[in-house]
Design a protein around this ligand. Structure first.
Ligand code: GLC
Length: 413
């Protein structure tokens, strides 16, 4: 943010910036969808999509037997993957609470698990030095007033008191919480949910917390889902590993490390974060493809992390098949994820280059003639087939302009 813009901020905006400071640098977080639906293994919307009657679905609350403290494994994996925060579903649309609630018996401490799964999660995340977020679904398919509240004022009153009451429990009983991640506000609007009051309460209970935009108010950050499109304020793209959020073993189209790294590169280039989801099995174990990929991504970040965590200056750039840029001041990081061989040419860079090197390695020979930069003497094979980062130092903040022709058109007089 420019110094000029900072001066003009209202006290409210200044406070938001203060609360957002760590999040702007975090870049990568782990989303965890875990609930009764994990036992069925057919997506977290299974109750709705298969029209399972409440009475039948409720039985899953007594059969759920999670293994011992799986959150410890998730948190360790998240840290090893280079993630800096976690967000877990404390209650999804199915209405079952993974925390202890005085307001319902439909919760983990009173049914099958007989333990507070949210407490375990909070402790595990903190032990690994990760920030802690709570996902909480406003929509509730289990609560008798969850739909009735739309037509019936008395039902709305009861239901909104229940929801606000549970948010109060969550933000009172577990120490410092870093993110309040609301989801699905069906069937009410901001007035119906009393969202202004909700956010005020959240901030009173947790003065350093940040809130997302899914309770019908803008909140502190945007939440593009299943796509990575930068917003003109802080944003976090949430993405699935396969195509489901909850444990769904029949959904086997897993993203690979190449794809996850390219998503990280995209969020960094747009100054946002990536919240990547895992859907643990009912016992809490993480599907093997996620474990494998997260470890690969972590190893890659060990080496190239600076080009993701710190290179978030905006830059004009154009597509090319060999890769894309992140930028930190006068340094460009070219993320080459389709290696062309001994020579790599990049068009349209409008600034004088001073130095090129393989990140963390040898210098690279280059020639810059007008708007064509050619790097020579590169290894024949990609040093890192997932994404080899080439660090390019320029004489100023470079940008890339190509257009569609072989010259860039000047505006007509
Ligand atoms: C959607 C889905 C939900 C998932 C969420 C994650 O809102 O309804 O199942 O939890 O996206 O962003």
């Amino acid at each position: 943010m420019s110094p000029a813009r900072k001066c003009k901020m209202t006290p409210e905006e200044k406070d938001r910036e203060r609360r957002l400071a760590w999040f702007r640098k975090a870049r990568f977080g782990m989303f965890i969808h875990w609930g009764l639906y994990s036992q069925l293994g057919r997506h977290e919307w299974v109750m709705n999509r298969e029209r399972i009657p409440v009475k039948e679905y409720e039985k899953l609350a007594d059969t759920w037997q999670p293994g011992p403290w799986p959150a410890r494994k998730w948190a360790r994996l998240a840290r090893q993957a280079g993630m800096r925060y976690m967000v877990m579903t404390t209650k999804h649309h199915e209405g079952f609470c993974l925390f202890h609630s005085e307001l319902t018996d439909y919760c983990a401490t009173k049914r099958g698990p007989k333990r507070d799964l949210v407490a375990e999660y909070v402790e595990a995340a903190r032990a690994e030095g990760l920030r802690v977020g709570f996902y909480y679904s406003l929509m509730d398919w289990h609560h008798p007033d969850g739909a009735r509240c739309y037509y019936d004022e008395k039902a709305r009153r009861r239901f909104v008191d229940y929801i606000h009451g549970q948010i109060r429990e969550l933000l009172t009983n577990y120490g410092k919480i870093d993110i309040m991640w609301y989801d699905v506000s069906w069937p009410l609007d901001a007035a119906g949910w009393e969202s202004e009051k909700m956010n005020r309460m959240v901030l009173e209970l947790q003065p350093d917390i940040i809130m997302n935009n899914r309770n019908q108010l803008p909140g502190d950050f945007g939440t593009p889902e299943q796509h990575i499109v930068p917003e003109d304020r802080m944003w976090e793209a949430c993405m699935t590993f396969n195509e489901s959020w909850g444990y769904t073993p029949i959904d086997t189209r897993w993203k690979d490390a190449w794809t996850v790294i390219s998503m990280l590169r995209q969020v960094a280039a747009g100054g946002g974060n990536l919240l990547l989801n895992i859907g643990p099995a009912p016992d809490g174990s993480v599907p093997q493809p996620c474990v494998k990929v997260l470890r690969e991504v972590g190893a890659w970040l060990e080496k190239y992390g600076e080009s993701i965590y710190e290179a978030t200056d905006p830059m004009q750039q154009e597509w090319q098949i060999t890769g894309a840029f992140t930028r930190k001041g006068d340094t460009l990081y070219f993320h080459c994820n389709r290696w062309p061989g001994k020579e790599l040419a990049i068009g349209g860079l409008e600034c004088k280059i001073l130095e090129a090197r393989l990140m963390g390695g040898a210098e690279v020979e280059f020639e810059q003639i007008k708007d064509r930069l050619v790097l020579r003497g590169l290894p024949e094979k990609a040093p890192d087939p997932l994404d080899t980062v080439i660090e390019l130092k320029f004489k100023g903040p470079a940008r890339q302009v190509l257009g569609a022709g072989c010259v860039v058109l000047k505006p007509k007089k």
